[in-house]
Design a protein around this ligand. Structure first.
Ligand SMILES: C[S@@+](CC[C@H](N)C(=O)[O-])C[C@H]1O[C@@H](n2cnc3c(N)ncnc32)[C@H](O)[C@@H]1O
Length: 356
């Protein structure tokens, strides 16, 4: 948490969201106080987003300034899980290498001007709902295929960061369940891997691959990594979009699917740990952290996005289509009007504009 002089924009039981520039807020956080930084900065995109994007030529230097501050606030065994989408070179059907250049720089020694991090693992976010752009290369000339994967760099200060893949197990496939039930004859695979009878052990779930499957269209998300919670994910995002619309707040245009922070938090932290998102946007990270019993800190420089992010914490029961929907919605509106929508409402927080 920041010192008391920095009043949070809003607070919940486990977290605080602050309005401001992370470059100014990060130095105020105590050193070695954060277990995980899970975030998605603005990318170096060809088409500018509403919240601004840095050009790919300047991106590495721009990000490195943040990375040095991340290193200070991270605990020695802490991790950074950062979603960095790729982009195209302007005017050509060729890909920019900026996110790989960034990775190399982040993992270069501090003495050589780098970030001094280790690459713990590359993760990939598969987003099947991504549009087939740039249209010129994908849908008009048909020279390229749809780009539907973001690279997600998992970085750490120690070669053995705090991590436990038991926190992200996925349900066993039917084939694996059959194998555990009916037995398996140990044998050498064509790849020469020796499959022992340990494959028959039930370890409460399968170790997931490094592909996080989730998309944004109402953020259905989460089909591979932790697919048991995909239904609740859809519901919570519906709540976010619905309440944004109702209170005339612009929803964030590039939200995380629930699956991404859920995977990162499940893998690298345990209950009670602290997660920071320094580019919080709609604060999916904080919302997921809270639901997983972790403390969270969100920094976001755009007030409008923080206003919308408050809706993620609207009380349970408002996030699913229940029979008595109207009553539930009225209840939220009343609570909102009375300032009691949240457990600890910030006096500073007031929704501007139309309120039905
Ligand atoms: C890609 S979006 C993050 C979206 C987020 N993951 C979500 O689920 O909604 C990046 C966000 O970083 C914010 N941002 C950019 N530079 C910032 C800075 N220096 N300090 C704080 N926030 C910043 C932008 O306003 C934008 O909302």
């Amino acid at each position: 948490m920041l010192p008391k002089k920095n009043r949070p924009f809003f607070s919940t039981n486990l977290g605080n969201a602050y309005l401001g520039d992370s470059l100014e807020l990060l130095p105020q956080l105590p050193e070695s106080s954060v277990d995980l930084i899970c975030t998605s900065p603005p990318f170096a995109l060809l088409r500018k987003k509403a919240y601004g994007n840095v050009h790919s030529n300047e991106y590495v230097d721009w990000f490195l300034e943040f990375a040095r501050l991340f290193s200070k606030v991270l605990k020695p065994k802490g991790s950074i899980i950062v979603d960095i989408g790729g982009t195209w070179n302007k005017g050509f059907p060729t890909r920019s290498l900026y996110h790989y250049e960034l990775l190399l720089k982040l993992c270069a020694p501090v003495s050589e001007g780098g970030g001094g991090f280790y690459l713990a693992q590359e993760l990939y976010w598969y987003n099947p709902a991504k549009l087939p752009t740039p249209a010129e290369w994908v849908t008009v000339r048909r020279e390229r295929v749809k780009d539907a994967v973001n690279t997600v760099w998992w970085l750490s200060k120690d070669p053995h960061p705090k991590a436990n893949n038991r926190g992200v197990l996925k349900p066993y496939s039917e084939a694996q369940k059959n194998l555990m039930k009916n037995g398996y004859k140990p044998k050498l695979r064509p790849s020469e891997h020796n499959i022992s009878n340990k494959f028959q052990n039930d370890n409460n779930g399968a170790i997931p691959p490094n592909i996080i499957n989730g998309h944004d269209e109402g953020e259905i998300g989460d089909l591979v990594a932790v697919n048991v919670i995909s239904a609740s994910n859809t519901a919570s995002n519906d709540k976010y979009l619905r309440l944004c619309k109702e209170h005339n707040v612009q929803p964030h245009p590039a939200r995380f699917p629930r699956a991404l922070p859920e995977f990162a938090i499940g893998l690298c932290t345990e209950a009670g740990d602290t997660i920071l998102d320094p580019f919080a946007g709609s604060n999916m990270t904080g919302h997921v952290a809270e639901s997983m019993g972790r403390k969270w800190i969100a920094f976001e420089q755009d007030e409008n996005y923080l206003k919308g992010s408050v809706f993620r914490f609207a009380p349970n029961g408002t996030d699913s289509k229940v029979e008595n929907d109207v009553k539930v919605e009225d209840d939220i509106k009343n609570k909102f009007a009375q300032g009691t929508l949240f457990e600890k409402p910030s006096k500073k927080y007031k929704v501007q504009g139309k309120q039905k």
